[in-house]
Design a protein around this ligand. Structure first.
Ligand SMILES: O=C(O)CCC(=O)C(=O)O
Ligand SMILES: [Fe+2]
Length: 227
């Protein structure tokens, strides 16, 4: 309903540390690059699921398994939980990822300006192979790989309230009112900050959820799938 969900302890501390060690080794081997895109400071590595057989990538397996299992998890949830038919249909439209993105934000206040991951206004929206284009993204799934997190590290993921009352129109106004009364995530606020704690998985609507990475003062690792 809010356009996002947070799941904690998806990987244990030990699993998270092991995945991050593999990620650090890949970086030390020179595998990560800054893309030179304005507004983002991360270094990234695109990981094809087939590459996980390679011993230098196989340590990412636990994290990759969680992300690859997300479409099935959403379909299951659409079936089991009480959600609107429209939501269940959107859950079912998510596809199995073929690629994952490993990202590291530098501790020198590295961040990413507010953006949508599937933005119809982006000139590159429909570029690339079918299934891997920005316009194919339904949900963004991000698994954080830090060993814990502290206030001073910051690097929070800031999720902006999807659409205001005005844009949602009269028909949705009642729903917004109910939302505000029940104290859901965005009630009365314009954004929610999610701390990038290791082992935490965040899932959000790639088309609706404007988001940003606040400046990070510790190395900030994540593995992302667009499904
Ligand atoms: O790592 C995050 O919390 C978000 C990164 C992001 O927005 C992106 O890579 O598109
Ligand atoms: Fe993003």
């Amino acid at each position: 309903r809010d356009g996002f969900a947070v799941f904690d302890g998806v990987l244990s501390r030990e699993q998270t540390a092991a995945v991050r060690e593999t990620a650090e080794a890949l970086r030390s081997g020179g595998a990560m690059r800054n893309l030179g895109q304005d507004g983002r400071d991360d270094e990234v590595l695109t990981v094809d699921l087939g590459m996980l057989r390679d011993p230098s990538y196989s340590g990412l397996m636990d994290a990759a398994r969680v992300l690859a299992g997300m479409p099935g998890m959403l379909v299951e949830s659409g079936r089991r939980d009480e959600c609107a038919a429209e939501t269940a249909a959107q859950f079912a439209s998510a596809s199995t990822p073929r690629l994952l993105m490993l990202a590291r934000y530098p501790p020198s206040a590295g961040g990413y300006v507010p953006h949508l991951d599937n933005d119809a206004a982006d000139p590159d929206h429909q570029r690339g192979p079918v299934g891997l284009r920005a316009c194919d993204r339904v949900y963004t799934c991000i698994l954080y790989l830090q060993s814990g997190w502290s206030e001073a590290d910051d690097g929070r993921l800031r999720l902006h309230r999807p659409r205001g009352r005005a844009e949602r129109g009269e028909a949705a106004a009642a729903a917004v009112e109910e939302e505000e009364e029940e104290g859901w995530a965005f009630a009365g606020r314009d954004y929610v900050d999610v701390e990038p704690v290791g082992g935490r998985l965040v899932v959000f609507d790639s088309r609706r959820m404007l988001h940003e990475v606040r400046p990070s003062f510790a190395p900030r690792w994540a593995l992302t799938a667009w499904i």
